[in-house]
Design a protein around this ligand. Structure first.
Ligand SMILES: [Zn+2]
Length: 277
């Protein structure tokens, strides 16, 4: 190993340690090797690549009614996300509706870039309240900085992508490695703790946006009873559906006043990423 590589490694280690202490919105301590800002930058790059590819392949939805529906719901959730985390007002909030009837999934990257698959709509047939729970949960992952957490795991477990960039002293390659880690993070399972955190944030965002907290229970019940045996991607890491259902139902009384409150339910603009633009 050359001196400069030693030094680069040392610098990386020091900055990793500096970035290593973080606290999630629910007060949990997180180990971070990637700063949230760099997770957001890498996610932006990954999102543009992914969405560009989907568009080329004709896999973005052109269903105007569905697009309007998803956008209307996410805009109300995002308004509440910004109340919870004011600095997220500067995020490039956007949502892609992906035409893929086989995939029952949705996600939100660092920085508020979201997607929902038509498979979730076709197979779950969710109400607006239930879509709000799905997207609220995914937004919860982003607000709690779970992308950076998973990127940290991706980088720690396969430092190869990053190491190649460093060894070549090539900033472009290192950035491509980070974007790859960001793209990978979306497909990686969250920890059980992260899931519980996202559930809690999601049901609260939804209730404050005027969506029924009872829908959290019906949604996950529908998810769990999908035919085919294989649970949807974002259920596969949650080992105990009964516990989850109980926890969500237990949050109901606390959420009910937010849902019932006679207050306006504002919207915050969310860019629609579809076949129409
Ligand atoms: Zn999740």
């Amino acid at each position: 190993m050359s001196y400069s590589l030693h030094r680069t490694t040392a610098v990386l280690l020091v900055s990793a340690l500096l970035a290593a202490c973080a606290t999630s919105p629910t007060g949990r301590r997180q180990l971070m090797l990637v700063s949230e800002d760099s997770a957001i930058a890498s996610s932006a790059q990954a999102y543009v690549q992914e969405v560009g590819k989907l568009k080329q392949e004709g896999k973005l939805s052109s269903d105007k009614a569905l697009i309007r529906r998803v956008n209307g719901i996410t805009e109300r959730l995002v308004a509440q996300a910004i109340v919870m985390r004011p600095d997220s007002a500067k995020w490039d909030w956007s949502v892609a509706v992906i035409e893929d009837p086989e995939t029952v999934n949705a996600w939100c990257m660092a920085g508020g870039r979201m997607a929902i698959y038509t498979g979730l709509i076709d197979q779950i047939k969710p109400s607006d309240d239930e879509i709000a729970q799905v997207m609220g949960h995914e937004i919860g992952h982003a607000l709690a900085n779970h992308t950076a957490e998973k990127m940290s795991v991706a980088m720690a477990s396969s430092i190869g992508v990053v190491a190649v960039g460093i060894a070549a002293d090539n900033k472009g390659a290192a950035m491509a490695g980070a974007a790859a880690a960001a793209a990978l993070a979306v497909t990686m399972p969250n920890s059980r703790t992260a899931e519980t955190e996202a559930d809690r944030i999601g049901i609260e965002l939804a209730a404050k946006a005027g969506y029924n907290p009872a829908a959290a229970v019906t949604l996950w019940r529908k998810m769990n009873s999908l035919p085919g045996g294989q649970p949807p991607q974002f259920l596969s890491t949650h080992p105990n559906p009964e516990n989850r259902e109980k926890a969500l139902a237990g949050l109901g009384p606390e959420m009910e006043p937010y849902y019932r409150a006679d207050t306006p339910r504002p919207s915050h603009p969310v860019q629609s990423v579809t076949a129409l633009n």
